[in-house]
Design a protein around this ligand. Structure first.
Ligand code: ADP
Length: 167
């Protein structure tokens, strides 16, 4: 079932939109695998600012320089997606203790559902420890400066989204 010649990691998330914190995790985890798949969750029950297609394109654009990164979208369980891609490893980022309880529960549930899948955690770079997509969206929605949280391209897209929303 699993082609173990190639080590594939799957980094699942909403990435609505991708922040410098996510990009740091992508860069660091890409070094651990032959291929890293950034898996954008197309969760219809969770209202996203950017469509899944937009989120995929944004990440593709921001990771062009990392040749072993592939960006895909998925719907459903991360473990099922990982298995379908021939991966046994999910990657998640940990910011603070507040992330820990939820992430531990998720990792244990995923492992119970699929014992061959493990989750590895990378701790955030301290300078991004407070960063989340929701906080960035909130600051952007009030016209605040988000240049230290996201790339220039993402900043322009966020500003455009909120400018349109205000009209
Ligand atoms: P989800 O909807 O699954 O929480 P997110 O897009 O918010 O998706 O986050 C995806 C993953 O990236 C999660 O493991 C989250 O903890 C991690 N993450 C989010 N922000 C940061 C950050 N600033 N530094 C490191 N990891 C982060």
């Amino acid at each position: 079932m699993n082609n173990q010649r190639e080590k594939i990691g799957v980094y699942p998330g909403s990435f609505d939109p991708v922040t410098l914190g996510h990009l740091d995790i992508i860069e660091r985890s890409a070094r651990m695998f032959d291929k890293l798949i950034v898996a954008v969750l197309d969760n219809r029950s969770k209202k996203a600012l950017f469509t899944a297609d937009e989120r995929v394109k944004i990440i593709q654009n921001e990771t062009k320089h990392i040749c072993n990164v592939e960006v895909m979208q998925f719907d459903g369980l991360s473990v099922d997606f990982a298995k379908a891609q021939g991966s046994r490893t999910l990657v998640r980022g940990l910011r603070a203790v507040t992330d820990f309880e939820y992430e531990l529960q998720m990792a244990q549930t995923n492992h119970a559902m699929s014992t061959e899948i493990d989750t590895i955690f990378l701790t955030t770079d301290l300078k991004y420890a407070y960063l989340s997509s929701s906080i960035v969206k909130e600051v952007a929605s009030f016209g605040g400066d988000i240049s230290q949280f996201v790339t220039p391209a993402v900043r322009a897209l966020l500003e455009a989204k909120y400018a349109i929303k205000e009209d």
